[in-house]
Ligand binder design. Sequence first.
Ligand SMILES: Nc1nc2c(ncn2[C@@H]2O[C@H](COP(=O)(O)OP(=O)(O)O)[C@@H](O)[C@H]2O)c(=O)[nH]1
Ligand SMILES: [Mg+2]
Ligand SMILES: [Zn+2]
Ligand SMILES: [Zn+2]
Length: 411
Amino acid sequence: MSRSPLAPRVSLPKVPSRQAVTCPYCFAATSAHRIPFRCRGQAGRRAGCAPVLDEKLAAYTGSAAGASLPPVFAAPGRGGRADCPACGQPTGSRVCGECHNPLPSAYCEAPGRIVALVGAKNAGKSTYIAVLLHELMNRVGTELDASLVACDDRTIERYKRDFARPLLEERRLLPTTASAATSPREPLVYLLTRTRRGRFARERTDSLALVLFDTAGEDLRSREVRDLHLRYLEAADAIIFLVDPLELPGAGSALAGSPPPPDADPDAEPVNIIARVTEALRLRRGMKPGERLPVPVAVALTKIDVLVPEMARQSALHRTRSGTGVLDLDDRDAVHEQVRSLLHEWQAGRLETFLGQQYADFALFGLSALGGVPENGRVGPGGVRPHRAEDPLLWLLYRFGMLDGVRGRGA
Ligand SMILES: Nc1nc2c(ncn2[C@@H]2O[C@H](COP(=O)(O)OP(=O)(O)O)[C@@H](O)[C@H]2O)c(=O)[nH]1
Ligand SMILES: [Mg+2]
Ligand SMILES: [Zn+2]
Ligand SMILES: [Zn+2]
């Protein structure tokens, strides 16, 4: 009998958290007690420093708009607070020393884990980002008793304008992501925080930084953007790869309707994208041949609503996730096995082989952000009905020790 692909995961150590704090905007690492502060500034009758143009922040965002802020200063910052040397006011706001973006205190205290999202053009990244964040802010957030908070105002604005409003309110498909030449090269940065009562009634708070770049595929050809993305991937403590099943060569017959896209470009093939990213990661991390990368990797087939209905019967992938507030490990194994056999059926078995050779810890998923096939540039008549969109994230939370795994719940 062949070794179960799921077996080795059980004995793997929990992913260690890092000592230094990595900025989720520019990925510079700073030791936890050297993080600078930003003065609280004037407010109402409170005295404080006046806003000045923050040149580092303006350079990062590419605009002086919104970069007029109270000054940044260095201080030892015991207990996450310091007094501004200019005005004497205490402050608890910290920023990255390199780019001056805010670093939430929960993130500084319990150095967060950075989760990166990668996928070929058209894999469903933008749609997934819109839906996953909405799920985390609502249904899934409530289930896990977790809060998802944007780390800066630009993230809030961009999520509303570019993701939530068009897709969830107006039910229009998202336009192809504009090239970074015309849109900011900034990630959306969120902190997912979960507080749980542990043993001896002690509370324990864990956080995870979700750093989401929504990049146009062609941007990876630009050197500057590629460098930023490599830093992003290098800093990532976990990666979610999104794979469009329509791009898998053998999947055609299993899928309802939609023929493969006409501009089939070998560069955009999921296996090749994953291979390129993996190669870059190995190089940057100085991995020896045969050594497997330790970052947990979730590989998710998107758009599984296109699988023909016959396949849906008795399928782990198609039933709703079982377990509430926990990760049901039996359900997890069943979905992994099903996606694995789908990949083999679709002559994409080499994807799994490759992942097994390169990563010590990977898991396979299938999800649908929309829950149905869109028509004429719009979401289907039933609206956006995500299916298992949160699964990869729940698994990562489990791997980070932020969510309990249970067995024997029954399906
Ligand atoms: N059937 C189906 N199609 C989807 C789903 N998510 C995205 N798509 C389709 O895939 C296209 C590309 O998605 P998008 O999120 O823009 O991909 P990106 O280029 O990776 O950002 C969309 O225009 C939709 O037509 C889904 O859950 N189900
Ligand atoms: Mg996009
Ligand atoms: Zn930074
Ligand atoms: Zn001040």
